[in-house]
Structures are given as C-alpha cells and as structure tokens.
Design a protein around this ligand. Structure first.
Ligand SMILES: Cc1cc2nc3c(=O)[nH]c(=O)nc-3n(C[C@H](O)[C@H](O)[C@H](O)COP(=O)(O)O)c2cc1C
Length: 332
C-alpha cells in the first residue's frame, strides 16, 4: 500500500479545524491532513451538534477522520458513516492521554487493553470502506519495545493499513523527548507503512527524521500550527530544491481567524481562535504580550483587531522569508 504523501498534519483537538486546514493546504494542497479527534458516539448518533466538525471541505483532499471511543459496534458504525465520504482513511485514536478520555477506556488507554483494541479493529475493519489507520503512543505506563511491536503486529494482522507512532508513552505528556528509535524499530518490524511523529522542529529536522528512521512519512503537530507553511519547505528540502518562500504572517494570522468564523458556529469561535493564536503568536517578538491580549478577548473580530493593531505597531514582523538551498533551510 502506498500513501499519497510523506507529510502529515497531525490531528489536534480544537486545533486542526477547517480554518487551519485551509491555511495549511493553501501552501501544500497535497499533504495528508487529519480532522480533530471526533467522538465515535456522536458520529454514530448523527448528532447535528457535531456536523460543523465532520463537514469535509474542498481543501480536505487527502483527508483522514480520526475517531475516539471504545465500544466496538459504535466505532464500527462511525467508520461506516465516515468512510462513505470517500476520505483517505478513518483513524482510530490510541494515543490521546487526556484524563477524561482515558478514564472512559478510550484513546491511549486501549494500549493497556490489547484484547479490546483487537475487537475494535476487527469491527472497524469489517465496516470501513476505506483505509483504516491507528495513531498510537509507544506504550501506556512505560516504553516497552517488545510490547509495542507485539501490539502493532496485532493491529497489522487485523487489517490496519498504516500506523502513525508518537513515541512517548501515554503517562508522559510533553516532558521528555519523543524516542524516534522506536519509530525506526516499528518500521523494521512491520510490513505496513509507519509514520513517525513527535518534536519535529523544522523542515530539515523532518527530512532528517525520515532518513534516519526509514519511516514512510512524518506527521507534524505543534510546529505546523506555528508555521502552517512548514510542509512546503519540507518538500523543498527533501527535493533539494532551491526555493524562496515569502510569507505575510499578518495575512495568514487574520485569514485563519476569518476562516474560523466562516466555517464554525459561534459557540466554537472562542476556543478554536484562542488555540490557534496560542501557537501562531509565537511568530512575533512580543508573543506573550500579544497572546495575553488575545486571551482576554471573547470574539473573533476583537481578536482580529488586536492582531491588526500589533502588526500596525510592528510592521516589519509581518514579512517572513525562508530560503532552501541544497537541502537546508535559511530563515531571513
Ligand atoms: C493541542 C493538542 C491537541 C491534540 N489532540 C490530539 C488528538 O485529537 N488526537 C491525537 O491523536 N493526538 C492529538 N494530539 C497529539 C498530536 O497529534 C501529536 O501526536 C503531538 O502533538 C506530537 O507531535 P508534535 O510534537 O509535532 O506536536 C494533540 C496535541 C496537541 C498539542
């Protein structure tokens, strides 16, 4: 099985909104993008509340829906519904370590219950009319390479088409570095494609991690929210292309906020805009000050006003230039 691209935008709750996806795809239309994690129960119940998160847009080309849950028949029903949209894949979340998810036996908790994980994958495989994938951590309470390989082989044997591995065990938040040696190990032990994820800091790092781990692709989360253009630069570095990218950060900032208002209902504006701004503000010098003002704002038009005011006072910060030369990147 060949995946359509080597670059993946990670699923991030409240962050990989249609607004962010539209911005990312404006730089890199061919990469693979995930939805936010979606409750399998809400999808199976066809909850109208969920509709804005489930809706697929024209820019969602190589698109993966990620579902979270632990009831095999509910997971299977939601797979059937979502795979009917001709998405690239439906992905089962076995990586989320949020306490409210894990206490329900979902997300990364499934790593400690291989029998249930197997039943879920068996049911999903039967109902899923497209690729079926799993995004997982490297363990629950600790990293145990042998258990990791056994678990991943079980997924492979049950018909999972590819795995994205975030090589931190679930009880670690972001305190220690992701262990890319485990991505390499899994790639060596499995027949299906393995995507590596965790701590990618820039385009050269992404390409180096593909080379050193031998993985089939890389998934980028936080760094792609700060730099939605990162995948375009990854491609240029990978291809050894000599390329210059000029980005108007003010424009990207404001457009993404406008798309948030366009694609999502009012009740989601504040949480989604704040989450995006938390990461994207890091592009400016006085990011703490900027984000402090944004966090106090309730409405997207107020936030846009704050951003306009910031760049009005610091116009030189809007123009970003990146150059790739002979497989490395220079930021000007
Ligand atoms: C705000 C936030 C929300 C996340 N939500 C999800 C999620 O819904 N599903 C999931 O599988 N992983 C989720 N993750 C984990 C990311 O997909 C990714 O595995 C992690 O951030 C490591 O990649 P990075 O170092 O490139 O950010 C989330 C991470 C962050 C920071």
């Amino acid at each position: 099985m060949k995946l359509p691209d080597k670059f993946f935008l990670a699923p991030m709750a409240e962050v990989t909104t249609p607004a962010l996806r539209k911005t990312v795809s404006s730089f890199s239309p061919d990469i693979v993008m995930y939805s936010e994690m979606l409750s399998a129960g809400a999808i199976a119940a066809r909850s109208p509340h969920n509709e804005p998160l489930v809706k697929r847009h024209e820019f969602d080309r190589n698109f993966i829906y990620q579902i979270v849950g632990c009831d095999p028949s509910v997971m299977a029903d939601s797979c059937a519904i979502l795979s009917g949209t001709e998405c690239l894949s439906v992905d089962v979340n076995m990586g989320c370590s949020a306490p409210d998810i894990m206490k329900r036996g979902q997300g990364a908790r499934l790593l400690s219950d291989p029998a249930r994980a197997r039943t879920i994958i068996k049911s999903c495989r039967k109902s899923c009319g497209t690729l079926l994938s799993v995004k997982m951590r490297s363990g629950f309470e600790k990293n145990d390479p042998e258990r990791l390989v056994d678990f991943a082989r079980m997924l492979e044997d049950e018909g999972v088409d590819f795995i994205a591995l975030h090589p931190r065990y679930a009880k670690l938040s972001f305190t220690r570095n992701a262990d890319w040696g485990l991505v390499k190990l899994l790639k060596e032990k499995l027949r299906i494609p393995v995507i590596g994820n965790g701590d990618i800091t820039g385009p050269s790092d992404a390409v180096k991690k593909i080379e050193t781990s031998g993985c089939d692709g890389v998934m980028i989360g936080r760094e792609a929210v700060k730099s939605p253009w990162i995948f375009r630069l990854c491609r240029a570095v990978m291809d050894g292309e000599n390329f210059t990218l000029d980005v108007d950060a003010r424009d990207v900032f404001i457009k993404t906020l406008e798309h948030t208002a366009e694609f999502l209902p009012d009740r989601l504006h504040k949480s989604r805009a704040h989450r995006f701004c938390f990461y994207f503000s890091k592009n400016v010098k006085f990011s703490h000050e900027l984000f402090r003002l944004i966090r106090a704002a309730e409405r997207i038009d107020t936030i846009i006003g704050i951003v306009q005011d910031y760049y009005g006072r610091n116009p030189a910060e809007a123009a970003l230039r990146f150059e790739t030369r002979d497989g490395s990147i220079i930021k000007k």
